[in-house]
Design a protein around this ligand. Structure first.
Ligand SMILES: C[S@@+](CC[C@H](N)C(=O)[O-])C[C@H]1O[C@@H](n2cnc3c(N)ncnc32)[C@H](O)[C@@H]1O
Length: 322
């Protein structure tokens, strides 16, 4: 039987806080600095912009070290109406030092330091996967409380399935080949993922949307970045460009990331499962997508091969032998 203290909000928050404090200083560098990661962020903020109206009161919940604030400033026309909240005091310290005039507070998903109805938009960028499944509904209820009646929850989460690389056969082989070319270009074999920390897990999209619909009415779902996450830490701008081209060639289907919008739910939703199935079906990879993608991959590989030939290292470096 699960030890109930292990899934109490305070117990999980304590564990999570220590972990996030320990990575706060390097977090932006590890997760937001490469050209591909910046392109993910920009894409997500574009998605937020689709729902944003000037003067909206925005809560950036689990904001980390204000990772998206540079792009918010540009695309939302400023950050005066945004408040950033994070569980980790060290993350908030970093955020405040990057944006001295920004409004930031330490706080938890389960007990937000705001009156009911304080926000028009709550953004949760890549953070629900840090919450234990048994506590997710509690977090959603708290977000529902601080959202105004017409408010919108906008988020993104990494996924464990719906990935192009999980498609059997030639497609995953071709992707693997492409990945190796990128590694050769950068003279490293791998881009190790930083330790994701305790209790973190990527969701199955259907399971995740079911969670959201316990409290909210889902209004939109899309998948993003089917290819680029494999090479996300690559520092080369040309490769980032190629990755974006490949992602777009499959029209964001079968991606590693789920973007979603949800509003307060005033209806007796007739059939939430059916609605979720429809969203997923709209984003499913078709045979035609696979063919388009294969053609794009061939073009991308040719560009990369030319680039590799033109930039062949003169001699082996220590890194190249890793
Ligand atoms: C992967 S980071 C995401 C940071 C930022 N939103 C981004 O897009 O990069 C997850 C963040 O969730 C925060 N977090 C985890 N549990 C939390 C909780 N219970 N309440 C508030 N923030 C939490 C962590 O401290 C961490 O900064």
């Amino acid at each position: 039987m699960t030890d109930p203290t292990k899934i109490s909000p305070t117990a999980t928050d304590a564990l999570e806080k220590d972990f996030e404090d320990s990575i706060a200083e390097r977090y932006n560098r590890d997760y937001h600095k490469s050209p591909i990661m910046r392109y993910f962020d920009s894409q997500f903020v574009d998605y937020v912009c689709e729902h944003y109206h000037s003067q909206d009161r925005v809560l950036d919940l689990a904001c980390g070290p204000a990772s998206l604030w540079g792009i918010f400033a540009t695309k939302l026309g400023g950050t005066d109406n945004i408040v950033g909240v994070d569980l980790s005091p060290k993350m908030i310290e970093q955020a405040q030092s990057l944006y001295p005039d920004g409004k930031f507070e330490v706080g938890s998903f389960f007990d937000l330091p705001f009156d009911s109805g304080s926000f028009d938009i709550v953004i949760v960028s890549s953070a629900f996967h840090h919450v234990h499944d048994d506590l997710l509904i509690k977090a959603l209820e708290e977000i529902n409380r601080v959202l105004d009646e017409h408010g919108v929850l906008i988020g993104r989460e990494p996924l464990q399935s719906k990935r192009l690389s999980d498609t059997d056969g030639w497609l995953s082989g071709a992707l693997m080949h492409f990945r190796h070319m990128v590694y050769r270009l950068n003279h490293t074999r791998e881009y190790p993922e930083p330790d994701p920390g305790p209790n973190h897990h990527a969701y199955d999209p259907e399971e995740f949307l079911q969670f959201i619909s316990t409290t909210f009415a889902i209004k939109g779902v899309s998948f993003h970045n089917p290819v680029s996450p494999f090479i996300a830490r690559c520092k080369d701008a040309l490769v980032a460009h190629i990755a974006a081209f490949l992602d777009l060639s499959v029209a964001h289907r079968g991606g590693h990331e789920l973007f979603y919008t949800a509003t307060k739910n005033y209806s007796e939703s007739a059939d939430v499962s059916q609605c979720i199935q429809n969203f997923i079906a709209q984003n499913a990879i078709t045979d035609n997508d696979k063919l388009n993608f294969a053609a794009s991959l061939e073009v991308a590989s040719r560009h990369l091969e030319d680039y590799l030939t033109a930039n062949a290292p003169k001699s082996d470096t220590t890194e190249s032998k890793r």
